[in-house]
Design a binder for this molecule. Structure first.
Ligand SMILES: Cc1ncc(C[n+]2csc(CCOP(=O)(O)OP(=O)(O)O)c2C)c(N)n1
Ligand SMILES: CC(=O)[C@@H](O)[C@H](O)COP(=O)(O)O
Ligand SMILES: [Mg+2]
Length: 619
């Protein structure tokens, strides 16, 4: 069967095991060819080819619900559900999404992009099915990295209690983006090497025919069922969550996968099918990768494995700039430590890890934990730097507020991938952090316009005793000659007067500031440009000066407007000019007390409202 002929997954149900194997090889070839041109998530998709084929062979999508955790490994599912002709548009404007997308296909029953949501989503579907007396299978596919994420563990806890029929296909490749770590990983290692695993593996490998299912298959099914019933399958971790378990199974053996999925389908209640796979399977460079270089790739040369686009010699990624600065500061101060929630490769912290192995902490996909742990590290006397992608920091909002902001702890947060990230789409655009962080008391939020300012802000952050965030975008910028550090006054903006008769004021931030200045010069215009390098606190003195100039003000922001820099400027303008009288809680935490007493203290009681109205009426 030709890949482009697949319009519906039911077409593969008539193929023989041999034909399915050929299809798997064709899909691998297709993935490598296409992703080498478009870029995308290569390794995880190469590793999940056989699992996805076996899923569509055994289950019936869209009736049965298939949920892929993160969704970065759903390309094979897209191919089998009739979307292969669109692969040239992968992750491009109006093209195929890099994740499951409900608007793209009825076979995508769920959407993600952030890790560890699949188990909660699967349980949600199972509850909806049962409450409405419907009849379909719910299948979640989750990797070993995502399984250790906090949401997954919360969901497993509930799934084990509710005992509803659902199948969890646990795709274990011993890798997150880079090497997987942590207690869950250790527990999985013990399952992989258990005697039961070996006997189970032999059952499946030895007793099952490789073409058709027959008596032998049934024998294995009942043997599996008997084992489940008699509790013989003793898989630590899953058993502790009160879940039945099958496996591990060779994830590149289609007949074995089909058989174990059939057995799981027969099972009542939740069951985990543990499948072992090789990340990057079938492409030499990706198979050998230990640090995650082939997890997500830009276009590359298939023969050499080299990226087609190289960085200009005088440019570095923002992640590298921050990480180089951090290394210099860590050389001077032994208390500086770095934390990443599973993004060492993307955040460019591997060099730091090599230089300071005892001061580097990869805590897995656990943004909430990373922030709270960093808070306590700071109380214990360390100077933590946590690197988190902007969109993943959304997970840790409570920790930013409840732990860091409220206790006013000196943790430096590198908010990587701030602003639009492009190809990954709406789940990953880092456009909300200014808006959701600005309301947190005690917190400082900044963004450098260039590499020099990045070093200075980093230095300033470590010299400050408050939670200090530095956001920086995906991509690269020009490097400086050398790394040196200067203090920047907190909350200070920079003003550039261009030309002798300015006609407008542009307030902006980040690398756009220099681009704006350049464009004004090129076009012989006269304007005032402001580098608003702090979103919180803002430069109130400079704001006043600018308001007094009586020139039109343009706030050029490349993140969401609501709650962003423009909101900060407008709020301050209103505070001075008092057009709209605003009552509300000021920028601080509210202590305990009766609600009545607190409303009075914070001047948000009705008495305060009417006093204000009266006062204004007399002005
Ligand atoms: C909340 C969140 N944090 C981090 C990421 C980045 N991320 C995407 S995939 C991935 C690794 C997932 O590993 P695993 O679940 O084992 O899948 P594999 O790629 O190995 O198949 C990470 C860390 C994310 N998508 N969401
Ligand atoms: C699936 C996922 O969340 C990551 O792999 C993400 O795509 C990485 O983005 P960068 O390519 O910007 O590191
Ligand atoms: Mg994995």
């Amino acid at each position: 069967m030709q890949i482009y002929d697949i319009k519906d997954p039911s077409q593969i149900k008539n193929l023989s095991m041999k034909q399915l194997d050929v299809l798997a090889q064709d899909i691998r070839h297709f993935l490598i060819q296409n992703i080498s041109k478009t870029g995308g998530h290569l390794s995880s998709n190469l590793g999940i080819v056989e699992i996805t084929i076996a899923m569509h062979y055994v289950f019936s999508s869209p009736k049965d619900k298939m949920i892929f955790d993160v969704g970065h490994q759903s390309y094979v599912h897209k191919i089998l559900t009739g979307r292969s002709t669109k692969f040239a548009t992968l992750r491009k404007l109006n093209g195929l999404s890099g994740y499951q997308k409900r608007s793209e296909s009825p076979h995508d029953c769920w959407e993600a992009g952030h890790s560890s949501t699949s188990l909660s989503a699967a349980l949600g579907y199972a509850i909806a099915r049962d409450v409405q007396h419907q009849n379909y299978e719910v299948i979640a596919v989750i990797g070993d990295g995502a399984l250790a994420g906090g949401m997954s563990l919360e969901a497993l806890n509930d799934i084990g209690a509710q005992k509803r029929k659902m199948i969890i296909i646990f795709n274990d490749n011993a890798m997150s983006i880079s090497k997987n770590r942590g207690g869950v990983e250790k527990r999985i290692t013990s399952i992989r090497s258990s005697h039961l695993y070996r006997s189970m593996k032999n059952d499946i490998k030895v007793t099952l025919p490789h073409n058709k299912m027959g008596d032998e298959t049934l024998k294995v099914f009942s043997s599996i069922r008997d084992r489940i019933k008699s509790g013989l399958i003793d898989a630590p971790l899953f058993q502790e969550f009160n879940l039945d378990y099958l496996g591990p199974v060779d994830g590149h053996n289609i007949p074995a996968l089909i058989k174990v999925f059939e057995a799981a389908k027969e099972h009542d209640g939740p069951i985990v099918v543990h499948v072992r796979t090789k990340k990057g399977k079938g492409y030499r460079y990706a198979e050998q990768d230990k640090i995650g270089q082939w997890h997500g790739v830009s276009p590359f040369n298939i023969q050499t494995g080299q990226p087609l686009m190289k960085l200009p010699i005088n440019e570095k990624t923002w992640s590298n700039i921050i990480s180089d600065g951090l290394i210099e500061l860590a050389k001077k101060n032994k208390d500086v430590v770095a934390i990443t929630p599973a993004m060492a490769q993307g955040s460019k912290l591997l060099k730091f890890a090599k230089l300071f192995p005892d001061r580097f902490f990869d805590c897995g996909i656990a943004e909430e934990h990373a922030i709270t742990m960093a808070g306590a590290m700071s109380l214990g006397g360390l100077r933590p730097f946590v690197s988190i992608y902007s969109s993943f920091l959304q997970r840790a909002y409570d920790q930013m507020n409840h732990d860091l902001g409220r206790m006013d702890l000196p943790v430096v947060i590198g908010i990587d991938r701030a602003g639009l990230v492009g190809d990954d789409g709406e789940t990953h655009q880092g456009v909300f952090d200014i808006s959701f962080l600005r309301s947190i008391p005690n917190l400082i939020l900044s963004q450098p316009k260039d590499a020099k300012e990045a070093y200075d802000l980093l230095y300033t952050a470590f010299a400050t005793k408050h939670p200090f965030c530095i956001r920086y975008p995906r991509g690269q910028t020009a490097v400086t000659d050398k790394i040196d550090f200067h203090l920047i006054s907190i909350g200070s903006w920079e003003r550039f007067d261009i030309g002798s008769d300015p006609k407008a004021i542009i307030i902006s931030y980040g690398p756009d500031v220099d681009r704006i200045i350049h464009t004004i010069h090129e076009n012989n215009l006269s304007m005032i440009v402001v580098n608003a390098r702090f979103f919180k606190p803002i430069d109130q003195e400079m704001c006043k000066e600018l308001f007094n100039l009586d020139l039109p003000i343009y706030v050029y922001e490349t993140d969401v407007k609501i709650g962003g820099l423009s909101s900060a400027v407008l709020e301050y303008q209103n505070e001075i000019e008092n057009h709209i009288h605003i009552l509300g809680i000021d920028d601080h935490y509210v202590q305990h007390g009766s609600i009545r007493s607190l409303r009075k203290k914070e001047h948000i009681d009705l008495e305060s409202l009417f006093r204000e109205i009266e006062r204004y009426g007399q002005d």
